[in-house]
Design a protein around this ligand. Structure first.
Ligand code: SAH
Length: 434
């Protein structure tokens, strides 16, 4: 391969392709040619097991003898020949006759003496982000290097780190809510937990589904940075809630999921943290199932555990707290008290959506018997560059939060584990993707 090669994809459907040789290399080549629809003819006195199995399927023709001069032209001229006999004299003869007849020849014994080369090939799998793709890699005659690159490309496609999904025709169906039917059929909804916000705290599975999505219905929390990696044809519906302001009702979100899935689309419902931790994921799943839309859930890293961790606060710690309670503070102090009532005295209390009603909640906990000097941490915007932690006590929480200007989203941690932060400090490290 002294001069630059010329990559090309051939349509061999119904065209004669000859494989000379009966060993494992010939078997692989013959199998790939059969897959491509070529009229394959194998010329070999003996064949290995794989090739025998292929011959037994009746999908190729076998001549049970050595190669003889003229085989490439009789009964009709071949378009392509692979020679892999293990005998360089035979391979050279095949190559000479191919050259004279202007037939492309791939030589297994001597890539440098070939007139054509097969790249390392992989085809994407149906239903994944690699669907419809053929990855073919040449590495100047180094097959191992070529396969390594091919495998890396396929892996990146399927994991979503290379987000180039296939645009399927059914996704452009009308937006009138009518089922698409036909090609696409009903789509599906994946409730994907995106984690607390860092782009690399989503699961591999969640990332892959995101990369393959036609429609993404997203919250305000979660790894929103990943949205810019999506193709411009991916429909992103932002249903993000801000405290006290619900631009899109839960009912409407449920309807949206079903609507898009019924148009045959792959819908990802991207949620902050874990979909089933104070995230209304269960309601969305039930609504979809009730409307015949297949659903799957991809768990996420919940903020209830990960945001305290980012601030150096383990929710349990030997000798300090052996259990933890997660509650929403949104419904009011009574609700928090009820959640804390049955917990062990040393249990850590983790409150989500706790900023707006912090004064009320802290006062109620003290009134219910929690010591007023119980340590409290307010961890804002965990796992983002703006992460900030305010430590205080139940007695001083409201005043300190106001003085510091604490804003949602924040996780409120109540309990002795908060003191561990003095030893551990921030532990959120730096994001791999940042
Ligand atoms: N399903 C989510 C919780 C949704 S409720 C989960 O498992 O994490 C939303 C609340 O989560 C916010 O009000 C806040 O209390 C908390 N939260 C989510 N992400 C956060 C973050 N990055 N930093 C601080 N708090 C966060």
């Amino acid at each position: 391969m002294g001069s630059p090669s010329y990559p090309l994809t051939l349509d061999l459907t119904g065209r004669r392709a000859v494989v000379v040789g009966g060993g494992p290399v010939a078997a692989r080549r013959a199998a790939a040619l059969v897959e491509s629809g070529a009229l394959v003819e194998v010329i070999a006195p003996f064949v290995c097991e794989d090739l025998a199995a292929l011959v037994a399927t009746g999908r190729l023709v076998r001549r049970e003898r050595d190669y003889v001069a003229g085989d490439l032209l009789e009964p009709t001229a071949a378009w392509l020949v692979h020679t892999a006999t293990g005998d360089s004299r035979v391979d050279a003869q095949v190559a000479r006759e191919a050259e004279a007849a202007r037939i492309w020849c791939v030589r297994a014994d001597d890539a440098g003496a070939s007139t054509a080369w097969t790249p390392a090939v992989a085809r994407g799998s149906v239903g994944t982000a690699s669907e419809g793709l053929t990855v073919a890699v040449s590495a100047g005659g180094d097959p191992r290097r070529a396969s390594a690159v091919r495998d890396a490309v396929l892996a990146a496609l399927e994991s979503g780190t290379l987000p180039v999904r296939r645009v399927r025709p059914s996704t452009s169906a009308g937006a009138d809510g009518a089922p698409a039917g036909g090609a696409g059929g009903v789509g599906r909804v994946a409730l994907v937990g995106g984690g607390p916000g860092a782009e690399d705290l989503i699961t591999v599975r969640g990332r892959a589904l995101l990369a393959a999505a036609d429609v993404v219905v997203t919250d305000r929390l979660g790894p929103r940075g990943l949205l810019r990696t999506l193709g411009s044809d991916v429909e992103v519906v932002d249903v993000g809630k801000t405290p006290g302001n619900h631009p899109v009702s839960q009912e409407r979100i449920n309807e949206l999921l079903v609507h898009h899935a019924r148009l045959g689309r792959r819908v990802v419902r991207l949620k902050g943290g874990d979909p089933f931790v104070l995230g209304r994921g269960g309601e969305e799943a039930m609504h979809c199932l009730a409307h015949g839309v297949p659903v799957e859930v991809v768990p996420g890293v919940t903020s209830a555990v990960s945001v305290p961790a980012a601030a150096g606060i383990p929710v349990t710690h030997r000798g300090v707290a052996a259990s933890f309670v997660v509650a929403s503070a949104h419904e009011g102090a009574d609700h928090v008290l009820a959640a804390a009532a049955d917990a062990a005295p040393d249990a850590t209390l983790v409150l989500l959506m706790g900023v707006t009603r912090l004064a009320e909640t802290a006062a109620a906990l003290v009134a219910a018997g929690r010591p007023s000097d119980t340590p409290v941490a307010l961890v804002e915007r965990g796992w983002t560059p703006e992460q900030r932690t305010t430590t205080t006590t139940l007695a001083a929480a409201a005043a300190d939060a106001e003085a510091a200007g604490v804003r949602a989203p924040a996780v409120v941690v109540v309990g002795q584990v908060v003191a561990l932060r003095e030893h551990l400090g921030d532990l959120s490290g730096s994001s791999v993707t940042a």
